[in-house]
Design a protein around this ligand. Structure first.
Ligand code: ATP
Length: 236
């Protein structure tokens, strides 16, 4: 079976910082995979390499068998990304933003409209379809960023700390939504600082620290092996 993500000895050096220091990781197709680590561990760098925003310094990275640099288009088309930092066109109604993105990915206009409506309903902000991104509440912005990741019906959904700083209701809504997507066959890669979130959602978790993978296991086994220590480490 092709892995959703297959990374070998992945390295990234920024000026003076070794952000990834030989990361090897396999994310099986269909899994719900957690990537945990403290601030600065290299999680966002890892994701940025997968989606082609950052060039790796060494090693290999494939998404569904496509090299993220040599086969950029194929690899990128398979991924829906909900990033930590919102970077959304602020001047158009959100439904139009989704239609533009679908158009960019070669989806015909009438289908783009249908998909936009569908994902807006799915994340619970359809009634805001004619509103600009700027005018949404913080929680609605989170929902919209997820809708934008889903518009291309990706096989791999990458969520970079989707529930950081959100209220309990939204956190539970997002959990339900992404669990439903995973049940439907979408592979999920989730980064989080919350071990309890990983425990609740993920089949497997990798812990990244200072650019290295220090553990890969089921969340239950990680908890058994000293989660308190891990949690303290993550929260520091
Ligand atoms: P957080 O949980 O705080 O988002 P992270 O695990 O996502 O952290 P990264 O953002 O990948 O970590 O950062 C890894 C390291 O690389 C950090 O030391 C960071 O300061 C550094 N870094 C990230 N981006 C750049 C950049 N563009 N130039 C230089 N250093 C960078």
């Amino acid at each position: 079976m092709t892995a959703a993500i297959e990374v070998r000895d992945l390295r990234k050096r920024y000026e003076g910082v070794q952000a990834l220091d030989g990361v090897s990781l396999t994310v099986p197709e269909g899994s719900f995979f957690g990537l945990l680590g403290p601030n600065g561990a290299g999680k966002t760098t890892f994701i940025s390499i997968l989606v082609g925003l950052v060039r790796k310094s060494g090693g290999t990275a494939e998404v569904f068998g496509y090299d993220v640099e040599d086969d950029y288009r194929e690899a990128r088309d398979a991924i829906g990304l909900a990033p930590q930092e919102f970077n959304v066109d602020r001047f158009f109604p959100i439904r139009e933003v989704l239609e533009h993105k679908a158009g960019y990915h070669g989806i015909p206009a009438d289908e783009a409209r249908e998909r936009a409506d569908e994902v807006l309903k799915r994340v619970g902000i359809y009634e805001k379809r004619d509103t600009r991104f700027d005018w949404l509440s913080g929680g609605m912005k989170r929902r919209f960023v997820l809708a934008r990741a889903l518009i291309t019906e990706p096989d791999l959904l990458i969520l970079d700390e989707p529930t950081a700083g959100v209220d309990v209701q939204l956190r539970h809504d997002l959990w339900d939504l992404i669990t439903e997507l995973n049940d439907g066959g979408t592979t999920i890669l989730l980064t989080t600082h919350y071990i309890e979130e990983a425990e609740r959602l993920c089949d497997e978790v990798a812990i990244l620290d200072s650019g290295r993978i220090v553990a890969v296991d089921s969340p239950e086994d990680l908890m058994d092996r000293g989660a308190d220590r891990i949690e303290i480490q993550l929260r520091n």
